[in-house]
Ligand binder design. Structure first.
Ligand SMILES: Cc1cc2nc3c(=O)[nH]c(=O)nc-3n(C[C@H](O)[C@H](O)[C@H](O)COP(=O)(O)O)c2cc1C
Length: 286
């Protein structure tokens, strides 16, 4: 799947990703109202990933309807990533997303750089429970909860999500981080701190997927630093039933989707596995 926030702004960009081999696409996180996001600089390239604090810029859910025209005839589902500042926000935006064609909803309760949304919600099992329950009641589509690694115990948050009715857990969003310019002596991002993605965070994401897989019975979707098929297989061995790719598109190109697909297929054949299900969570059985 295409991870949220990377090329998920327009119907056409998501169509390109599907044509390149993604099994599903996830939109940029959207809220009820349009949001400009933060002033630049919003992205910093680091040695082994990207550091971003975009501030959730998005057109607002009701202005996204037209983009769905590009995606209607395609087989790959469009999953809507959604954020909100309250339980009611989440319910409203979920309802609107379903009305314009969301096949599933991924609740972004894990953005590390927007106050009172994102990670602040996803670090509090009580608030998270209220949101998941309300959204489940509001709409009939599957609900994924995307978790932040910036917590002491990710298993506790995953368990609360499952108990509240989540259909799957996505792990992980970016890792809270910072960069400072040595000449100006100031933080580079206008928001000062942001979220780190790409290969730098892969071992953290693998550990999170491993922990979440051992604590819940719903599927886990792995995300964080995947750039090649070996990374995708590693996530599956840790417990992921599917994976998402984001930053690798910036460092490589859209061919990453087909090369990961082909690589997984070849690995399964070479190792004598019949399908992906046989390797999901295998690292736990040893
Ligand atoms: C520029 C940028 C924007 C992002 N925007 C979102 C977003 O809107 N919603 C969200 O849930 N995650 C967002 N993410 C996080 C990614 O979906 C993903 O969880 C994270 O980057 C780790 O995966 P990766 O290493 O494959 O990029 C963003 C990441 C980047 C680099």
């Amino acid at each position: 799947m295409l991870a949220a926030g990377i090329l998920g702004y327009t119907g056409l960009s998501m169509k390109h990703v599907i044509d390149a081999g993604a099994g599903a696409v996830i939109t940029k996180s959207m809220g009820i109202e349009p949001r400009t996001g933060y002033p630049n600089p919003t992205v910093v390239q680091t040695d082994c990933g990207l550091l971003n604090a975009m501030g959730l810029p998005n057109p607002g859910i009701n202005n996204f309807k037209g983009e769905m025209k590009e995606l209607q005839k395609l087989e790959a589902p469009t999953i809507f990533s959604l954020y909100g500042f309250s339980v009611e926000d989440f319910a409203k935006v979920a309802q609107a997303a379903v009305e314009i064609g969301a096949a599933a909803i991924e609740l972004n309760v894990s953005c590390p750089h927007v106050k009172k949304a994102g990670a602040q919600i996803g670090s509090d099992p009580t608030v998270l429970t209220k949101i998941v329950k309300k959204v489940k009641k509001q709409v009939n589509t599957p609900i994924f909860v995307k978790l932040t690694p910036n917590v002491t115990d990710i298993s506790e948050i995953a368990k609360a999500s499952q108990k509240a009715g989540a259909d799957a857990i996505t792990a992980i969003n970016t890792v809270k981080a910072m960069a400072i310019d040595v000449e100006t002596g100031r933080p580079i991002l206008s928001n000062k701190f942001g979220g780190l993605s790409g290969p730098a965070i892969k071992p953290i994401a693998i550990r999170c997927v491993y922990d979440v897989y051992s604590s819940v019975d719903i599927p886990v979707i792995g995300c964080g630093g995947i750039t090649c098929w070996q990374d995708a297989v590693e996530f599956m061995l840790a417990g992921a039933s599917a994976v998402q790719i984001g930053t690798a598109i910036a460092f490589k190109d859209l061919n990453v989707f087909s090369s990961v697909n082909k690589g997984i297929q070849a690995y399964l054949e070479r190792r004598g596995f019949n399908n992906i299900k046989e390797i999901v969570g295998l690292a736990h059985k040893i």
